[in-house]
Design a protein. Structure first.
Length: 696
């Protein structure tokens, strides 16, 4: 359901209506989890044997014995402790106690590694010439920033505040629906929040009181200068888009004066893109310099959300010589072809890390939600992942973009005389801070150069063909395409993670779908075996999709493998007696089965997104985010250039080939097996699995 549809259906709901019920996240049965874990090891061990490892039967038998010993010994104790923890937890055992530590103990920079990025659809109410880069006439005081850019930024902020207001008032996703109950709690984490760098383990900031000035402001970044800008008045009424735009215009005029005077901002923001321990140390030093810096930081952390106005439209070389995005009165005007794959790709690169000539600039990487708007009005979002999962900012993004900029709302914006409601947020810095900023920018540049990002906009077909012609669930279908693509590039199958959201539960977060199954592996192998008939391949594809759907439903019901194992590990204490033999959780295969060379996540249909991305979690792996629309599928693929074995472009091309193959297969065998045909299909599947076993 889209936000606009939900709003129209729920606008008459009384806030006093009965609150919908959400289940409490269960602690899964220990033996059930171990059984599912063992099943997930089958394709991993089969791959091991195929590539010269230990025979499958012996390896699998040893894992069964390890799991049996664990269930009867240490596992039983840890399960009891987890159940006690659950009873003591206000919402659930995972979110209240464990999950944030998974993110917050990771010391890698948020840049590329953890933060996600998403490109919004272009606003069709913006003049085509502006979108194409012809905006010199619209530029403000030789800053490179444009009036239409401010209009779109103000409009998006206005819509974001409107979304929050409607959710708070239960006019959007009310608590009479399970989705509304879940969103009520998760939405609160997305606004007025930042991640705080701490040595060893980060924290989340506490939101300020709603009527506090900070809580009613946004953080605005321009040329690395920071400003606080009021968007909600003292009576908690949202300001109009025009009022927000006028205040943004006043800020830009202030920036113009600073540029004309030769001022250059110290890019303190790049410190937040550094590794977390280094950032924690630098932040502590920054705060020791002056009480002014504590005030600035408190304002940053408490603001509603962040907005970055980039004074350029990024175009990859060699189409345009790359201008450094630093204070300058000369800005080349790019010529771009809006909504083409190269243009979307460039947009995603800028959202991912900023301009490559000045990486990590003009963003505060710790903010939960940042809107980025370029000079031609291209807009998107950047997010810190720990407070909320992708579905929540997606709901916000869809609402923000559901209505285009109404130019009539901005009449008189240019003539507004520097309205109140904004303030500079200036740091007190010294030579050490300047040196640390330069060093952090160098490290950010190395990280960005190592990030290999590729976009695939596959428009031969999409969800409609998959559901109606192929007769398969679209997500399961795409996951099989990913398996096939990886095998085409690497000649092997790999441990695969897909995100499932446990939104049926109080404070539900995510569970892992282990998408590599023995059924998917059999199908992938059959697609590379010329002796296998199209009918058998088709039956194997349906079997793989069915297995994936079953896993997806179990994960969404809180009955996956990985969160439970994580919870069990967290119950270990230093004084536990060592196990007489290596425990199942300590076995190398347990870690290897969760070394996600394929880390994947779906954004669903996402009608107002045109591309997304996040970083690979393994140095020799891929991060794959995808959107399945009615007639197209868009993939964002990220890997590391420093790994000689991976290539994002090669995998994206292999995805295209896999989707072409699958369409041909489904057209050739158009009907899913019917009741009497299922027996024959099952015989074919069993026969092929037996053939694979005999080969190994």
């Amino acid at each position: 359901m889209s936000p606009s549809t939900a709003s129209s259906q729920s606008s008459s709901v009384s806030p006093s209506a009965a609150k919908a019920h959400l289940w409490r996240l269960p602690v899964p049965d220990l033996q059930q989890t171990l059984d599912r874990y063992l099943t997930s090891l089958i394709p991993v061990l089969q791959e091991d044997e195929l590539h010269g490892g230990e025979p499958f039967e012996a390896a699998f038998q040893r894992q069964k014995e390890l799991c049996q010993a664990f269930a009867q010994g240490q596992g039983k104790v840890l399960q009891q402790r987890l159940q006690v923890l659950d009873k003591q937890s206000p919402h659930n055992w995972l979110d209240d106690n464990i999950w944030l530590k998974v993110y917050h103990q990771w010391r890698a920079p948020l840049l590329v590694n953890s933060n996600w990025w998403a490109a919004f659809q272009n606003d069709q109410n913006v003049p085509a010439s502006i979108l194409a880069g012809d905006y010199r006439h619209d530029e403000i005081s030789f800053t490179g920033l444009t009036r239409w850019q401010i209009k779109r930024a103000a409009w998006l902020v206005h819509r974001a505040v409107d979304c929050k207001t409607k959710v708070d008032r239960q006019e959007l996703h009310p608590e009479t629906t399970p989705e509304g109950v879940w969103l009520q709690s998760t939405f609160r984490r997305m606004y007025n929040t930042s991640r705080l760098p701490r040595l060893e383990c980060d924290e989340l900031s506490e939101p300020p009181p709603p009527r506090a000035a900070i809580a009613r402001q946004i953080l605005l970044s321009v040329y690395d200068w920071l400003y606080a800008l009021e968007v909600i008045d003292e009576d908690l009424q949202p300001l109009s888009a025009c009022e927000i735009g006028a205040r943004m215009m006043a800020v830009v005029q202030d920036v113009a004066r600073r540029l004309a005077a030769g001022d250059v901002a110290v890019p303190v923001c790049v410190l937040s893109a550094d590794d977390r321990d280094t950032w924690a140390k630098n932040q502590a030093y920054l705060l020791s310099l002056s009480p002014q810096n504590q005030t600035v930081l408190d304002t940053i952390n408490g603001t509603l959300l962040a907005v970055s106005l980039d004074h350029y439209t990024y175009v990859s070389p060699p189409e345009l010589p790359t201008p450094p995005p630093s204070p300058s009165l000369s800005h080349p005007t790019p010529r771009i072809a809006p909504d083409t794959p190269p243009e979307i790709h460039d947009h995603l690169l800028n959202l991912r890390a900023g301009h490559p000539a000045a990486p990590a600039r003009n963003r505060w990487w710790d903010k939960t939600f940042t809107v980025v708007v370029e000079a031609n009005t291209r807009a998107g979002a950047l997010g810190e992942h720990s407070p909320v999962d992708a579905l929540v900012p997606n709901v916000l993004g869809e609402h923000m973009c559901a209505a285009g900029v109404d130019a009539a709302h901005f009449r008189g914006m240019d003539g507004a005389a520097a309205p109140r409601g904004w303030a500079r947020l200036d740091w007190a810095v010294d030579a050490r801070v300047r040196a640390q900023c330069a060093a952090a920018e160098q490290r950010a540049g190395a990280l960005v150069r190592d990030s290999d990002f590729a976009l695939l906009v596959y428009d031969a077909y999409g969800r409609d063909f998959i559901r109606h012609d192929a007769g398969l669930p679209s997500d399961a279908y795409v996951q099989q395409a990913i398996q096939r693509a990886y095998h085409r590039v690497h000649g092997a199958c790999a441990a695969t993670y897909e995100t499932a959201v446990t939104r049926a539960f109080q404070h539900g977060r995510t569970e892992a779908i282990r998408s590599l199954t023995q059924e998917s592996r059999a199908w992938v192998r059959a697609m590379g075996d010329a002796s296998v008939s199209a009918e058998t391949r088709h039956a194997l594809l349906h079997a793989a999709a069915k297995a994936h759907t079953k896993l997806s439903r179990a994960a969404a019901a809180g009955q996956g493998v990985d969160r439970h194992l994580l919870g069990l590990r967290a119950q270990r204490v230093p004084w536990d007696a060592p196990a007489p033999a290596p425990a199942a959780l300590d076995d190398a295969l347990c870690a290897r089965s969760a070394a996600w060379r394929l880390s994947t996540s779906s954004m669903g249909a996402a009608p107002n997104l045109r591309g997304t991305g996040f970083g690979a979690v393994e140095r020799d792996g891929y991060g794959i985010n995808y959107i399945v629309k009615a007639g197209a599928i868009t993939f964002g693929v990220e890997s590391k250039r420093s790994c000689a074995e991976t290539s994002s472009r090669a995998l994206a091309d292999a995805l295209r080939d896999a989707l072409d193959e699958m369409r041909e297969l489904c057209v050739q065998c158009p009907k899913p097996p019917h009741v009497d045909e299922k027996l024959e299909a099952q015989k074919e599947i069993r026969a092929y699995l037996k053939k694979l076993k005999e080969e190994q």
